[in-house]
Each structure stands twice: as structure tokens, then as C-alpha cells.
Design a protein around this ligand. Structure first.
Ligand code: ADP
Length: 711
């Protein structure tokens, strides 16, 4: 993914910027250094020249001043004497020529000055007569002016009447002429020409462009003449040193400022951007990748760097989000799919702020019902008497609770809950986070186990009691047998007594044998070795046989033995008649044993059948002592007797019902009892037999097994 930047294509590169800045700086420095140096050198030269000119000027000015003063003085004198003499002397200082001219000159102040010029030969070359200077004068003056040595310029006169005089005192001598005049060698030129360096303009002379005007300080008595001087070579006039310094200083400062600015710009461009980006990176490290964006830098490089960072951030953010989503999904799936339910209980709000989907299976209510107590609080479905269990021990860090809830479908469920208290940094309790599991099955298994253990324990106890009983039961007939056998050995015994003794021995042996048979049967059953041997079976006949067996005992107790057989009882079946007889004997025997008066009723009927099989039910009802409800469930366990005192009273091993139950189950049936203490009992059992059509003659032989017993 790329992130186009609006600035990246337009922004110059950092190297370009630096290059540009350095070029500017270099040019500025070259300019400043070159210009400054040139100015300095030039200024030095100008200064020297100026000083030289000033010096010369001063000299010339003095000379001119002196000359003019002298001339003026002479003129004054001449005016007084009305004579002016001008002498030209030769270069050797010797008077070359003296021509006195007497002209009607006016007074110097306020009147035109007349001068007479003579050449070296003494000839008059010019005068300031009425015609003024002639062209010849001017040419001569120009010639003079072209002479570089002729620099001083005198202006005589004021206002429009002023004249510019260039004069050079070549030589003068104070030698007195015979007339008493001084001799001078004076060159004077007039620059009234428009081409001259000075021009009369408006109310004064202005120098030619580029020339500098210097007022000439004249003695006080000459000042009314308005005499001034100008210097030639104005073009060489020096530049003002102060301005140059300022310029130089200004330029230097500018260059320094530019250099500082350039360096700062570079620093800002480089380090500023980098610093900002580095600060930004630090911030991202602290806060993690989010929606932050690095500001684009000012150079192409930093802009690109910022773009790269932003792209990296986007990718990191994207990865971060997908990882977060993935982990959240995993976590949520884990929570949602785990057995039981997970939750978070907000202690402040006293409500669930998270509950996994599993709670619906657990309670029958959707998880959303419990969130923020929307429809109900979780505590509402806890059984009233168990609510204290869950609120106890809240100050501990972890809790484990087992309690019952009422499921939406009305069932009671056992819940195992384990949670942990979560705190904030200040130790304040915020949440309880925990899990809930349905342990109903486990609880039921536990209850069943406890019950089984109790049963086993009571069976063990019964076994111990049985052993005690058994030894008693075994000893009783054995005592009878041994005692009577001993008596039978006496010599003079009457026949009747001997018979009685023998009968007692016989009965005791029968009891003993019955007992031993019971023990043998139960041990066979427990070993899984007892098998059902099928033979034709006639229920009615078997009932009568058992009745015949207990007839005497019943008679002794004045009990009636009755049987009610439904028509099917005459039907023949295929089953184990021996074991059926044993089962009926046990029940009828017990009924006789535990009934003092009344009737013992035996019923037999078919309760269900199909083409091949039939289920027969036998019921033995008595009006005996009955059995308490609490004792009924243990009755069919081995060695179980309701009461040991009863045992003593009625005898018995406690194996009869257990054997009957096992036999009924072996025959595909079941056994049960309904009894009220003191009112009597109703024992029943059902067995599954095969239907067998058999002739009447065969019925008489029914007691003979048709299959051989494995035992
Ligand atoms: P026992 O040989 O002791 O009779 P059983 O297994 O046949 O052994 O009977 C177990 C116990 O059940 C008896 O000891 C007696 O306490 C009780 N019992 C059985 N049948 C009856 C009955 N018809 N009336 C009252 N109690 C009975």
C-alpha cells in the first residue's frame, strides 16, 4: 500500500535545499568580501587622493588667497593712486618687462575690475576694457586650464556679474619697480564659457556634474567679493568614508544574518523534522500504534520518511487490529465453547457485565437476560436456601461454591462455581470473574454412591449378623441332632420316645439341610453358576405342592391357605418348576412364619404374553406382622433381616428373599413388596416363561425335568 503525498513531488530535496543555501551563502560571502575589499581598497586610494588634493587645495587656496589679497591690496593702492602696474618677470626672477598701464579703473568695491595682461614679451595680450575678454583670452585661458598644474580657480564678483577666474601665481617678487609697484607673474583665466567646469546658474555657480564645490575662506575684507574656489578632478572625489563603513558593516551583518538564517533553516529542515519524527516515534512506542499520523516534513526526504512511518504505522495498526481481533475471537470462542459458563460480575453495579453463551444450557435462560440484570439477576435463580452459600467469604481472593439453581424447565440443578476477585491498582475490588459448571450428574452419582456405601455397610452388618445367626441356626439343629442321637443310644427306651427322638433328629437334619441349601444357592447365584433348567411347568400344581408342604404348620397356627389361579394357571409352560417351587416356598413359608392368624392367599395370573412367551405374576398376601417402609428397600439384599429380635423369634437366615429375587431376575422377571406394619404384607414376583402346549398325561410327569441341570 502506498500513501501518496501532495508535497512529496513538489518539495525540494534536502540535499537540494542545502546546496541552494550553501550557494546563496557562498555568493553572499563572495559579494561581501569582494565588495568590502574593493570598497576598502578604493576608499583607501580615494582617501589618499583626497588627502593629497586637500593638501594641495590648501596650499593653492593659500596661494590664491594670498594672491587675491595681494592683488586686491595692490588694486586698492592702485585705486588710490589710480595706477596699477603689472609686471611680468621671467623665470629667472629678473624683471623682463614692465609696462605701466593706466586705465580709468573704478574702485574695486562694487565696480568692475579691470585687468591688463601682458605676455612675456611685455606685449599687452588682454585687458578688461569695455569689450571684456576676447576669444583670444578665452582660448588662452583654456590653454591654461588644460595645463594640469592650473588647479586653483578664483571666482570674483558676486551674482550675475561674477566671473570665474583661474589663476596661477607662477612667480611674484616683491621687487619694487621705480614706480614703486610690485611685479607679478599671474595667470588668470575666466571660465565664463558654458563649457567651463563651473557654470553660473540662477544665483550662483554650480560645479560641473561630478565636481565638488569648496567655499574659499577669504579674509574679512575680501568677503564682499564672494570669492570662491572649486577644485578640478571632481570625478576623483573620495567616497564618504562613514557611508562606506556603514555599507560594509551592513553588508557584513546581512551576510552573517543570512548565514545564521541559512544554518537555522538547514537545522530546522534537518533536525527539526527528525526531532519531530523521533518524538512522534517515541509517542507511538508509548501509546502503541493507533490513529496517530506523523506530520509530513518540509523536505522531500523527511516527507518520505514521515510517509514511510505512516505507512508502517498503518500496517502495524492493521496487524495489531487483526491480531487483537484474532485473539479476541479465539478467546471468545474458547469461552463460548467451553463446557459450563464464564462470567464477569461487576461489584459496583451488582450485575453481570459479561456472560458466555454456555449459561443458557446451564440455566435455560439466555445470557442476555442476566447482563446488567436486564431480565433477572443470576442470584434470582439460585435456590432460596442456598443463596447464603454464594455470598459467604467475599473478602477472600478466590471462592468455590456449590449450590442449587432452579432451571428454566423447573428442574433443580447443582452448580459448581469458582471465581476470583479483580482489583484496580489502588486495591479497590472491581469484578468477580469466574466459571459455572453443572455438577448435577456428579451430585446424583455422589448421592447414589453414598447410598450404595450405606447399603453395603448395612449388608456387611447384615452379614455379620447373619454369621451370628447362622452359627446359632446351625447349632440349634445340630444340638438337636447330637442330643437326640445321644439319647437314642440309651438301652431302655420306649418305642414312642425313640420315635420322637428320631423325628427330632430327622426334623433338625431337614432344617439343617434347608439352611445349607440356601447358603449353597446364594453362593451359586453370587458366583453366577446357578442356571435355569426348563421343563414343563404347571403353576397350579406347584402351588398345591407348596401348600401341602406348609399345611401342617399353617394348621398349627390356625391359618388358612388359599390360592386363586386364573384360567391360565392350568396352562402348561416351559420353565424351571423346581426353582419356582423354591420361590413360592420362600414367600409362603415367610407368610406362614410371620402371620399369627388369618389367611394366606396365593394368586397367580398371566400379566402379559406374546406368541411364544408369557409373564406370570405370583402374589402371596398375608395378614401378618407387616414390614416398616424404611426396612422394605433392604429386604431383598442378602442376609437381610428386618429385626434381629424377630429373627430370634421367627428363625430364618435372611437369604430366602434374596434368593427369590435373584431367581426372578434370572427368569427375566422382578420382585416387590407392599406392606404395612402390623397389617400384613403382599409379596409378588413375575417370571417369564415359554408357552407350551402339553397333554394331560404329560402333566403328571411335570416334576421331571426335561433338561439336565448343569449343577
Ligand atoms: P428369613 O429366612 O429370615 O425369613 P427372608 O429373606 O425370607 O429370610 O426374609 C427376610 C426377612 O424379611 C425376614 O427375616 C423378615 O424379617 C422379613 N419378612 C419376610 N417375609 C415377611 C412377611 N411375610 N411378613 C413379615 N416379615 C417378613
Amino acid at each position: 500500500m502506498t500513501y501518496p503525498s501532495k508535497t512529496s513531488s513538489q518539495a525540494p530535496s534536502l540535499s537540494q535545499r542545502i546546496q541552494r543555501f550553501s550557494q546563496i551563502t557562498l555568493v553572499m560571502f563572495i559579494f561581501v568580501l569582494g565588495g568590502g575589499s574593493w570598497l576598502l581598497v578604493h576608499n583607501e586610494q580615494s582617501l589618499a587622493h583626497r588627502q593629497r588634493l586637500d593638501h594641495e587645495w590648501k596650499l593653492q587656496a593659500n596661494r590664491v588667497t594670498t594672491l587675491i589679497t595681494t592683488i586686491h591690496g595692490e588694486l586698492k593702492k592702485t585705486a588710490h593712486s589710480s595706477l596699477i602696474s603689472t609686471a611680468l618677470v621671467d623665470s629667472a626672477g629678473k624683471d623682463a618687462y614692465l609696462t605701466p598701464y593706466l586705465q580709468g579703473l573704478s574702485r574695486i568695491e562694487g565696480v568692475p575690475l579691470s585687468l591688463i595682461f601682458a605676455d612675456f614679451e611685455g606685449k599687452e595680450i588682454a585687458s578688461n576694457g569695455a569689450g571684456g575678454f576676447t576669444n583670444g583670452h578665452i582660448a588662452w585661458l583654456r590653454q591654461l586650464l588644460e595645463n594640469p598644474s592650473l588647479t586653483p580657480v578664483a571666482i570674483m564678483g558676486t551674482g550675475a556679474s561674477a566671473e570665474l577666474i583661474v589663476a596661477e601665481l607662477i612667480y611674484y617678487s616683491r621687487t619694487k619697480t621705480p614706480e614703486g609697484a610690485l611685479m607679478y607673474k599671474v595667470k588668470i583665466s575666466n571660465l565664463g564659457d558654458p563649457n567651463a567646469p563651473l557654470h553660473w546658474k540662477d544665483d550662483g555657480f554650480v560645479p560641473e556634474e561630478g565636481m565638488v564645490w569648496h567655499p574659499l575662506a577669504l579674509p574679512a575684507d575680501l568677503q564682499p567679493l564672494g570669492l570662491s574656489l572649486a577644485l578640478k578632478e571632481a570625478a576623483a572625489a573620495p567616497i564618504q568614508l562613514d557611508s562606506l563603513s556603514y555599507l560594509y558593516l551592513f553588508t557584513t551583518l546581512m551576510a552573517v544574518a543570512i548565514a545564521v538564517w541559512v544554518s537555522r533553516r538547514i537545522a530546522e529542515n534537518l533536525t527539526g523534522d527528525l526531532q519531530r519524527l523521533s518524538d512522534f516515534a517515541g509517542e507511538v512506542v508509548l501509546t502503541g500504534p493507533g490513529s496517530q499520523r506523523a506530520n509530513l516534513g518540509e523536505t522531500r526526504e523527511t516527507t518520505k520518511l514521515a510517509e514511510a512511518i505512516n505507512e508502517m504505522l498503518d500496517r502495524l495498526g492493521h496487524q495489531h487490529r487483526s491480531l487483537q481481533e484474532e485473539s479476541e475471537t479465539k478467546f471468545r470462542n474458547l469461552l463460548e465453547n467451553m463446557p459450563g459458563a464464564a462470567y464477569r460480575w461487576h461489584l459496583g453495579k451488582k450485575s453481570m457485565d459479561y456472560m458466555s453463551r454456555g449459561v443458557e444450557e446451564l440455566t435455560g435462560y439466555p445470557a442476555a437476560d442476566f447482563l446488567e440484570n436486564k431480565s433477572r439477576s443470576y442470584s434470582d435463580i439460585i435456590e432460596q436456601e442456598d443463596r447464603n452459600i454464594r455470598t459467604a467469604g467475599k473478602n477472600t481472593l478466590t471462592h468455590v461454591w456449590e449450590y442449587r439453581i432452579r432451571h428454566f424447565n423447573g428442574e433443580q440443578r447443582w452448580i459448581w462455581e469458582r471465581n476470583r476477585t479483580c482489583h484496580d491498582d489502588d486495591g479497590k475490588q472491581l469484578y468477580l470473574e469466574g466459571v459455572l459448571f453443572d455438577i448435577t450428574e456428579r451430585k446424583h452419582a455422589e448421592e447414589a454412591l453414598i447410598k450404595a456405601i450405606r447399603i453395603t455397610e448395612s449388608a456387611n452388618l447384615a452379614k455379620s449378623q447373619f454369621l451370628a445367626t447362622m452359627s446359632h441356626e446351625l447349632r440349634t439343629p445340630m444340638n438337636g441332632i447330637v442330643g437326640m442321637a445321644e439319647l437314642l443310644t440309651l438301652p431302655e427306651l420306649e418305642n414312642d420316645i425313640r420315635k420322637t427322638y428320631a423325628k427330632i433328629v430327622f426334623d433338625s437334619s431337614k432344617n439343617l439341610l434347608g439352611l445349607l441349601n440356601d447358603i449353597l444357592d446364594i453362593s451359586r447365584i453370587e458366583a453366577g453358576k446357578l442356571t435355569i433348567i426348563e421343563s414343563p411347568l404347571y403353576p397350579e400344581k406347584i402351588i398345591q405342592e407348596v401348600f401341602a408342604f406348609f399345611n401342617a404348620a399353617a394348621k398349627n397356627k390356625n391359618l388358612k391357605l388359599e390360592s386363586v389361579c386364573e384360567t391360565s394357571c392350568s396352562q402348561s409352560y416351559l420353565g424351571d418348576s423346581l426353582r419356582l417351587r423354591q420361590m413360592l416356598s420362600n414367600l409362603i413359608g415367610n407368610a406362614v412364619k410371620f402371620t399369627e392368624h388369618g389367611t394366606i392367599l396365593v394368586q397367580a395370573k398371566e400379566v402379559s404374553s406374546d406368541a411364544d412367551h408369557v409373564v406370570l405374576e405370583f402374589v402371596v398376601t398375608d395378614s401378618g406382622i407387616g414390614i416398616a417402609k424404611k426396612n422394605q428397600e433392604f429386604l431383598f439384599n442378602n442376609f437381610s433381616q428386618v429385626d434381629s429380635s424377630d429373627t430370634r423369634r421367627y428363625g430364618g437366615s435372611g437369604l430366602g428373599l434374596a434368593i427369590t429375587k435373584n431367581l426372578a431376575e434370572l427368569m427375566g422377571g422382578s420382585i416387590g413388596v407392599e406392606s404395612d406394619l402390623g397389617k400384613g404384607s403382599r409379596f409378588w414376583f413375575r417370571i417369564q416363561l415359554r408357552r407350551l402346549e402339553i397333554s394331560k398325561s404329560d402333566r403328571d410327569q411335570s416334576s421331571r425335568p426335561v433338561t439336565t441341570a448343569s449343577d
